[in-house]
Each structure stands twice: as C-alpha cells, then as structure tokens.
Design a protein around this ligand. Structure first.
Ligand SMILES: [Zn+2]
Length: 383
C-alpha cells in the first residue's frame, strides 16, 4: 500500500472515530428489535423480556458496568390487559384483518358471539346485550391498558367496512395479568475524574406488543430508534469516557403510562441530585422537519447552548422549543427537579402506534446529526 493512501486512510478512520456513530449499527438494531421475535416488545410471547435481554447483552459487550449488585436489570410489576390468542372478526360476513382493518381497544374484555348491531350514531354501532361496541375511526391507534373494561370496543376504518354494519361475528380473548413483571436495563460508563457527577441518556425499549396471535406492533420509530441511538452512544462513551459518569437507562413499560421511569425515580440507583443533565430519546427515526425539545423553556441556558452548537454545525434543520409535557420518560425526572430535555424528531413517516411503524420505511434522516449534537452538547456542558 502506498504511504500516502495509508495516511489518508488513517486520517479518515480517525476523523470518523471522533463520533463513531454508525447508521448500519442503528439499522441493524432497529431491524432486530422490530422483528417478530420481539413481538412488538410488549406483553405477549415474552417480547419485552427478550428485548431487555438483547439490550443487556449489548451493554455487556460494550463493557458497561451495572449500578446494582444484582446486575443490569431493575424489575417491577404492574397490571396489564393482554390479547395472547387467535382473534377473529367478521362484519356483514366479511372477515377483517387485525391491525390493518380493525383494532380491539386495549382495555376491551374478550367476547365470543355472533349477533346484530344497532346504530347509535353515524360512527357507532352496538349490541348492549352482547357487550359489543363498534366504532368507526379515521385512523387506528393502539395503546396499552392496565385495567380491562366490562365490554368489548372494536375500532374499524371506514374503508374496511362492507357497507353499513349490520351483523358481527367476534372471537376475541383477553387475558388480564395482575402482576406483569418488566425490567429497566441500566448501565454506566464511569467518569474519569468526576465520577460522582452524572450525565444520563434514557429511551424506552417497550412498545405495544401483540394484538392476537398473528399481529404485532413493530414500533420502529417508537422507540427502537431511540434505543438504537442510546446503544450507539453507550458504545461511543465506553470507548471515549468523559470526566463525568454517563448512565444509560433503557426503560420498560413507557407505553403503559411511563411506569418504568416512574419506578426508577421512586427507586433510584444513585441520588438523583447527582444528575447534571438528562436526555430522553424517543421517536428518533425522522428529522426531515427537524426536532422538538421538551423542557426547552424550563432550561433556557442549556437550550441556548444546544441552539448555538446546532447553528454552528448545521446539524438539524430546525429545533422547536417546547415547554413541560408529560409525554415520555423525562417527565418524572423533571418533577423531581432533575434538569432534562426530551427530544423527538419530526417530518418523514407519520405512522404512530399502528402496524405501519416499521423499520423498512423509517428515514433516519437526522440520526447521525443528533448523535453529534448530543455528544458535543455534553462535552460543552461539562467544560
Ligand atoms: Zn414512545
């Protein structure tokens, strides 16, 4: 090899190593976490626990250290309503596809019946005796419920309906789990000179899981994308430790109501007062329209620093400031007085809490730029 090429290659290697973010790693991680093996990282087929194992093994391979003598996982329990079994629905004799044509509301109880439907209004049909309500929705958006209702609520899109709904055949089984156990996964890169000062990155790894035994919600943007970035940052800081300790927390049960982050803030593994700053990463897969930062109006100095770095480097096309919001895992930290930003990307795909939030169409427009922005922000914040 010619020497000049050797130097050139060395230079290229060193210059990319400065940040070491890797879109291929992100894509691989998102593909893994959105595969059927993990079944939407929820409450059936052991999906959430499998995702926790995956994150733990990545933490271990990077050389992160656990904060608890018991290991990287912090377990907690809560009640949840699930749909583990086969799910069938026919309206006017036409079979509908779960996830695509209809969803069973997350709080529904099961039902096994063939009956007629009575119109309540133009968008609602029901049979009170059978305990069934059919609701016509412009978009199907699923979620997680901790308690079941005493009836079955089925949501359908207008375009999947074969005319005015008159008859319904439904075979739906719910399983209420009073004590579902989940785990936050927590690892650290110890600070070189001020290890008691801590910077934190958080992202939730859970999603909605499966609805029946043939449909799951992949949750590529929400939030395999945030976990990919969190793992990428963990890998980077393991090789390039900072003077402060950096803690990485992959939260469980965000979609069930911020339960993992609530549990952690009530049972922290170090005093929360040691946190100099926390970044929560959720919906990191877009970026065509920039990103929004929650708590920007709360921490004006830090937001000004973020803006300055972004302007100087042209990382994101726009950073929208937003006030406080209880919309992701930063919330309970904010309530405890921990300085925190929550960033989410905008533009690109609009799939949200539906079966179309898949890896293949996720643009990851700003992924690399956000990586650089966060690392530079942390660097300048502590210097
Ligand atoms: Zn989310």
């Amino acid at each position: 090899m010619c020497r000049i090429f050797f130097y050139l290659l060395t230079f290229l290697f060193v210059s990319t190593e400065v940040f070491s973010q890797d879109l291929n790693y992100a894509k691989k991680t998102i593909n893994t976490l959105t595969s059927s093996t993990y079944w939407g990282r929820g409450y059936t087929n052991n999906g959430m626990a499998k995702a926790a194992d995956f994150i733990e093994s990545e933490f271990k391979s990077f050389g992160l250290i656990p904060l608890d003598t018991k290991g990287f996982k912090q377990s907690f329990s809560f009640p949840v309503n699930t749909f583990p079994k086969d799910m069938k629905l026919e309206i006017n004799g036409k079979a509908l596809k779960p996830g695509r044509d209809f969803i069973v509301h997350q709080a529904s109880k099961g039902v096994n019946t063939t009956t007629n439907l009575i119109p309540k209004d133009s968008a609602t049909y029901l049979n009170a005796q059978a305990g069934i309500v059919l609701s016509i929705q412009p978009k199907l958006t699923w979620s997680v419920a901790q308690q079941p209702m005493d009836y079955t609520l089925i949501e359908v899109t207008n375009k999947s309906l074969p005319g005015i709904p008159k008859t319904i055949k439904a075979e739906i089984t719910n399983q209420f789990i009073p004590n579902f156990t989940a785990a936050n996964v927590i690892g650290m890169v110890k600070g070189t000179t001020k290890p008691d000062s801590i910077l934190v990155f958080t992202a939730h790894y859970d999603h909605l899981g499966g609805m029946g035994n043939s449909t799951f919600f992949p949750g590529a943007n929400d939030n395999a994308s945030g976990i990919a970035l969190l793992l990428d940052l963990a890998r980077y800081y393991a090789k390039n430790p900072s003077k402060y300790s950096i803690v990485f927390i992959a939260f469980a049960a965000e979609e069930a109501g911020l339960l993992g982050s609530k549990y952690f803030t009530e049972n922290p593994l170090f005093p929360l007062s040691q946190i100099r700053f926390l970044w929560n990463l959720d919906l990191m897969g877009n970026g065509d329209a920039g990103a929004t930062v929650v708590n920007a109006t709360l921490h004006t100095k830090e937001f000004a620093l973020l803006h300055k770095i972004n302007d100087a480097n042209q990382y994101l096309v726009k950073i929208n400031p937003r006030g406080k919001a209880a919309n992701s895992d930063h919330y309970y930290f904010t309530e405890k007085g921990v300085p925190a930003f929550f960033m989410y990307t905008q533009g690109g795909v609009s799939a949200y809490h539906d079966i179309d939030d898949i890896a293949a169409t996720l643009p990851l427009t700003s992924y690399q730029q956000i990586f650089k922005l966060l690392v530079t922000f942390n660097q300048q914040l502590i210097n």
